[in-house]
Design a protein around this ligand. Structure first.
Ligand code: ATP
Ligand code: MG
Length: 385
C-alpha cells in the first residue's frame, strides 16, 4: 500500500469512528437531558427558532432556571473532546508506529553496515515507498557482501600467489644455481654435458622470465599503464600465422593441430603484440592441461554479430561448469591444475580478458565438464578496411 493511501485511510478511520462515537454519546446525552430537564420551559415557536436574539434569550432564561443543565452540557462537550482526542491519538499513533518500525530497521541496518556486519536482512514494511527503499538497501547490502567475499577471496588468493610465486621462482633459481655450480666445479666435464646443463639453465631462465613478464603485464593492466597500439589487420591471417608458428611446439608436446580459419580476410582493430600474448596463453593452457596420450587442438573462425568469433578447442582435462567464469579472475587456478602440479600463476586468462576487452571484444571458455575438453572463444568486432 502507498503511504498516501495509508494516510487517507487513517483519516477516514478517525472521521468515521469520531462521528459514530460522538453521535452515540450525543444521542445518549440528549435523551438523558430531555428526561431530566423540563425542556418545555424552552418553548420557542418555529419562527422564533430562526431569530437568534429570541433563541439566545430563551436559552439564557432556561439555563438560569436550570443551572445544573449547563454543567451537564459542559460534561457532554468535554466527553466528546476526550473521545476525539483518544481516537486521533490512537489511530495516528498506530500509523506512526507502522512507519517508524521500518525506518528504525533501516537505521539499524545502516549502523550494522557501518560496523562491518553484513549478515542481516532488511525486512519489508508493507508500504510501497519504504519497501522500495528497503529493497535498494538490501541490494546494496548484498552487493557489499559480494564485494567483501570477493575481496577476501582475492586477498587470500594474493597471499597464496605470493607463496606459490616465491616457491615457483625458487625452484628454477635453485636448479640454475645447481647447474652453474656443476659447470664451475667441473662436474659437467664434457662438451655434451655442458650443453645439456646450459640448455637446462636456459629453459629455467625462460620460465622465470615468463612468470615475471606475466606479473609485470598484469600490474600494468591493473594500473591502466599498458599502452595499446592498434592497427587495422586481417585477424584470420594473424590467427592462422600464430598457430602455424606453434605447430612444431604442439607436435613436440604430442598435440595435433588443425586450423580452419576462413580464407576471406576479416579486418579488425588489433594490437598484434598484445593479441599474440592472448593466443600464446590459450595455446600454453591447452598444452599444460592436456590429458595423457595424443591431444588435439582445433582452431576455427566464423563471422557473426558484426564481428568475428575465433574458437580454439582442445580435448584436455576440461573445467567444471561452475568454474568457467572464475578462471578469468586474477590468480585463480582450478584445483585440478594445482594438484597436477602444473606451473602457472593463474594470471594468463585474466590478462587475456583485459586485452580482448581493450579491443572492444569478449573472451570466454566453454567446457562440458572435467575430462571433456575446453574451448576458448574470442569475439572481436569487425571494422571497415
Ligand atoms: P599462467 O597462464 O599465468 O601461467 P595459468 O595457466 O594457471 O597460469 P590461466 O591461463 O589464467 O592461468 O588459467 C587459469 C586456470 O584455468 C588454469 O590454472 C586452469 O586451472 C584453467 N584452465 C585454463 N585453460 C584451460 C584448459 N585449456 N583446460 C583446462 N583447464 C584450463
Ligand atoms: Mg595460462
Amino acid at each position: 500500500m502507498k503511504l498516501k493511501q495509508r494516510f487517507t485511510l487513517s483519516n477516514l478511520i478517525i472521521l468515521i469512528t469520531s462521528i459514530a462515537l460522538v453521535g452515540v454519546i450525543s444521542v445518549c446525552f440528549l435523551i438523558m437531558f430531555i428526561l431530566k430537564y423540563p425542556v418545555e420551559d424552552l418553548y420557542v415557536s418555529r419562527a422564533e427558532l430562526l431569530n437568534p436574539m429570541i433563541l439566545s434569550r430563551a436559552l439564557g432564561e432556561f439555563f438560569q432556571c436550570n443551572p445544573d443543565a449547563l454543567r451537564y452540557i459542559i460534561i457532554w462537550i468535554l466527553l466528546d473532546i476526550a473521545v476525539l482526542a483518544v481516537i486521533t491519538t490512537a489511530v495516528t499513533g498506530a500509523l506512526a508506529r507502522n512507519v517508524q518500525k521500518p525506518v528504525t530497521d533501516l537505521t539499524n541496518a545502516a549502523d550494522n553496515i557501518r560496523n562491518g556486519n553484513l549478515d542481516f536482512r532488511v525486512m519489508e514494511s508493507g508500504y510501497d515507498e519504504i519497501d522500495a527503499l528497503c529493497r535498494s538497501f538490501d541490494s546494496m547490502r548484498r552487493a557489499l557482501k559480494t564485494a567483501e567475499v570477493n575481496e577476501k577471496r582475492m586477498s587470500e588468493e594474493r597471499s597464496m600467489l605470493l607463496a606459490n610465486l616465491s616457491h615457483d621462482l625458487k625452484t628454477p633459481v635453485t636448479s640454475i644455481k645447481g647447474y652453474i655450480e656443476g659447470i664451475r666445479d667441473g662436474i659437467a666435464d664434457t662438451p655434451e654435458k655442458q650443453k645439456k646443463y646450459l640448455d637446462t639453465i636456459y629453459s629455467k631462465a625462460v620460465m622465470i622470465d615468463d612468470m615475471v613478464n606475466n606479473l609485470s603485464v598484469f600490474s600494468k593492466l591493473e594500473l591502466s599503464k599498458l599502452k595499446f597500439e592498434f592497427e587495422k589487420g586481417d585477424i584470420n591471417a594473424f590467427v592462422s600465422g600464430i598457430f602455424e608458428e606453434y605447430r612444431l611446439d604442439l607436435e613436440k608436446n604430442n598435440m595435433e593441430l588443425s586450423v580452419d580459419t576462413e580464407n576471406t580476410p576479416v579486418t579488425v582493430r588489433i594490437d598484434y603484440e598484445k593479441m599474440r600474448r592472448v593466443f600464446a596463453n590459450i595455446i600454453s593452457n591447452s598444452i599444460k592441461y592436456k590429458k595423457d596420450g595424443r591431444g588435439k587442438l582445433e582452431v576455427k573462425s566464423h563471422l557473426g554479430d558484426g564481428g568475428v568469433y575465433i574458437t580454439v578447442a582442445d580435448n584436455g582435462i576440461g573445467i567444471k561448469k561452475a568454474e568457467l567464469k572464475s578462471v578469468f579472475d586474477e590468480f585463480y587456478r582450478v584445483d585440478a591444475a594445482r594438484s597436477m602440479n602444473i606451473k602457472g600463476s593463474g594470471l594468463g586468462l585474466g590478462i587475456a580478458k583485459q586485452i580482448v576487452e581493450n579491443h572492444g571484444g569478449k573472451i570466454w571458455l566453454k567446457s562440458d565438464g572435467e575430462g571433456l575438453g575446453t574451448t576458448a572463444v574470442i569475439y572481436l568486432p569487425q571494422c571497415e578496411d
